[in-house]
Design a protein around this ligand. Structure first.
Ligand code: AP5
Length: 218
């Protein structure tokens, strides 16, 4: 792995474009640390913390949680040291991109991968997604089912769950929210010349090869 492999990676893409799926492979194969703001928020909800109680209804509606709150949560979970991070689900609007640049990236080298996909594919992908609540592995009942129904292949427990925001009407709102906020973020990174595009409609293995190539990890 060359020195470029040490840069931080930001994943941008619509709900269901496959950010989490690719992030988990980079974590497993290359030791990246995965910071997903969605996972951090869901963790707070499952703990029943004050923050979790505050954000639950926002998550269930598919709207965005406040910029300040998400930035605080991100910073609390991102102690750089020598770690290389994958940021998944942040930033999501221009204000977050600007704050992220100043308060988190702070001059470090980074690359932004934009998972481009036609929105029509997303509802089917997300309504059939299941996630292992124990080890976080991501499945799809149609395209990537577990070997035994309801049981995680990796940790062998019956913990496959559907996310509460993966219902069709909520998915549609999440996609609309994404479409109404993403363009200024893409323009911001184009201007910085760090934006790299991935065809997220390809097969998972093909996308992974592309990710490694683009990041110059293989
Ligand atoms: P978050 O958890 O970030 O969700 P998201 O961005 O909507 O993205 P997803 O996790 O749904 O999709 P993904 O791209 O990771 O797809 P996956 O790999 O799982 O956010 C949830 C909520 O938290 C937000 O709505 C908001 O309320 C809040 N939030 C989070 N961050 C925030 C922020 N910064 N600011 C404010 N609020 C914030 O794949 C999906 C399915 O497709 C799986 O079943 C998978 O198996 C399948 N699949 C993956 N790749 C492929 C492929 N290539 N071909 C076929 N199927 C595939």
């Amino acid at each position: 792995m060359g020195s470029v492999g040490q840069i931080q990676v930001v994943l941008i893409g619509a709900p269901g474009s496959g950010k989490g799926t690719q992030a988990l492979r980079l974590v497993k194969d290359l030791g990246y640390k995965h910071v997903s703001t969605g996972d951090l928020l869901r963790l707070e909800v499952s703990k029943g913390s004050t923050l979790g109680k505050k954000v639950k209804s926002v998550l269930d509606s598919g709207d965005l949680v406040s910029d300040e709150l998400v930035l605080d949560l991100l910073k609390a979970n991102c102690d750089f040291g020598s770690a290389k991070f994958i940021f998944d689900g942040y930033p999501r609007n221009l204000k977050q991109a600007q704050a992220f640049d100043k308060e988190v990236i702070n001059g470090r080298k980074f690359s932004v991968l934009y998972f481009k996909i036609n929105e029509n594919e997303l509802v089917e992908r997300l309504t059939s997604r299941r996630t292992c609540s124990n080890c976080k592995r991501i499945y799809n009942l149609k395209s990537l089912p577990p070997k035994k129904a309801g049981i995680c292949d990796d940790c062998n427990t019956a913990t496959l769950e559907q996310r509460s925001d993966d219902k069709e009407d909520v998915v549609k709102n999440r996609v609309n929210v994404y479409l109404s906020t993403v363009k200024p973020v893409l323009d911001f990174y184009k201007e910085k010349k760090v934006l790299k595009e991935i065809d997220a409609s390809l097969e998972i293995d093909q996308i992974y090869k592309e990710v490694l190539k683009i990041l110059e990890l293989k």
